[in-house]
Design a protein around this ligand. Sequence first.
Ligand code: PEP
Ligand code: MG
Length: 661
Amino acid sequence: MSDGKVRSMLETAVVVKVSEGLHARPATQFAKLAKEFSCSLQVLHGSTSADAKSAVKLMLLGIREHDQIVLRADGADESDAVERMARFLSSPEAGAQSATLAQAAVCAADEAAPPVPLAAVDGPDGPPPLIGVPASEGLACGDAYVYLPEPLQAKRQSIEPHEIDAEQARFNRAFDDALAALDPPFDTIGDHDEIAEALMSVARSDEFAGEIRTRIAAGRDAAAATLEVGASLAASFETIDDEYLRSRADDIHGITRQVVLRLTGQQDASLAGLTKPCVVLASDLTAPDLARANVANIAALVCTRGSATSHLAIIARSHGIPAVFGLPVPDARLRGVQQVAVDGTLGHVWFEPTSAFQEQFTARIGEARAHRTALDVYRDVEPVTRAGRRIRIAANLGAPAEIDAARAVGAMGVGLFRTELLFMNRRALPGEQEQYDIYHRVAQAFAPHPVVIRTLDVGGDKPVPGIAFPHEDNPFLGWRGVRMCIDRPDVFKPQLRALLRAATLGNVHAMLPMIADVSEIRCVKALIAECAQELTTEGIAFGEPKLGIMIETPAAALTADLLAPEVDFFSIGTNDLTQYVMAADRANPHLASLYRSNHPAVLRAIGMVCEAAHRAGIEVAVCGEAAAQPDMIGRLIGLGVDELSMSPACVLRAKKIVCEW
Ligand code: PEP
Ligand code: MG
């Protein structure tokens, strides 16, 4: 030691309070902080340990919130280092995204898929369709454009000793180029900068770039080394017992692919190559993939992966591109397809339709277009039934990107803003400011019409990477919706605070999903009061949103008279109400004949709810799929429903039906 004294290393045990644990962003920041010190720093977690200066090694420890770890430091500035690093780990906000975000997070989409018909349905004249998830409404028929990445291979495995320097330089060029291209031109996720930084730090780490350079120095071809290192590092991530960290493997596969493409002079197919309208067939697409295309040349999208709630589905809907996702065929089946017909409303796809079929299908497309144009006259109509009842037709939205589509059809406000979609398809939970920006933006866009923001409804069929859901045998009957929120004020309160702040606009309403008991409403009211008190103390302006609940459990329907005095409005979630009343899983195509919102049991429940609500002087909306179904609209109005809320694509048709009813 330079000062001549004997120094022993320092060890401190710390309980990790970092919200959601040391995932990519906090791990990157933690490693960055560690590098400010000259001492060596180790993190011990159970029987494993890692160098605190390596973000990748830290991530691979899979440290979760509430885990106990030991910090071990050895060197001149060890006490300072341990003190600062322990402080970092003790802060729930450590590694959180920056508070001011330019853009609202746009993560995912809209509608729960309508029940898929039990049996394959015949097309106009031809074979039964393949049935996937209806992700964006509309019909299309035409040439296929198959967009599947080719498997990559190194052209050789090893190099001669005299080639090593040139090979290192070749790798460095390809690597820098690939990293520069990582910045997606079409990114709508607000915390992109921090995410990109975490991604870059993984790419530049000793475990990725460092290891590749070591292998090249030992005589390995750069592409071969990159493929090997990428595969093995991704495999390490795939074994982590944390869903979010496990999915970092995809990032590593992505970087590996980009570097190898540059090294081998190959190019991935690009949608930029589309020069005429085609039906794009793919396994999956990313938003940047789509951004490179002229969307006018995408007649429809068919993917073997993805869901109606994916980021891509929302973009497809906002561009009016019919889309079917999750088509149950192997990717290889897509290769060689020449002609495709797509019904995005039903989720039906036909490969190689006959010319007679194509003719009929094209006629249907023409009719649909004429029909849509004829509906335009209803845009500014505020529909009233023949008997003189005013019915509000509002839109269901999942992201601000859908605002324009809803306004374009004259939606009279938002009857359901599914906030959980802001929490999905991203790497960290959105913070209060980000949520406030979004709620404020949506409310402003529809003022003075009401905008109903539903509080987080995750669990069951809707897991979120940032929230650790325990395994449940019956997740649909489990810890979901408001149940989870009440137990996790750390997740719920930022949302409530954002809602209260947005409510200064006057048209913001809050709505609680999955209510089964009056105590849940009272619990949330207490949390709202707590948030209001905090905001007052902090001198932050806020308003008082109207508070409503979703009626989607049989318990809520049966006790609607007890719940009504507690709230300002009801909105019936027929998607869930039908599944719970009928005891028929909404996602199980084999139960489609039972899963019917027009079943007398469901209709009776709706009638009871309307009666109880009106007796208490509050209004009832329906925001499940049934609200848009032409054969249900009249029945719902007849039962007393005051508002129907639906996908923007169905608004004009619903207005017409109401006017004619
Ligand atoms: C419903 O259950 O009807 C509803 C609108 O909510 P979600 O489809 O998001 O569960
Ligand atoms: Mg629901």
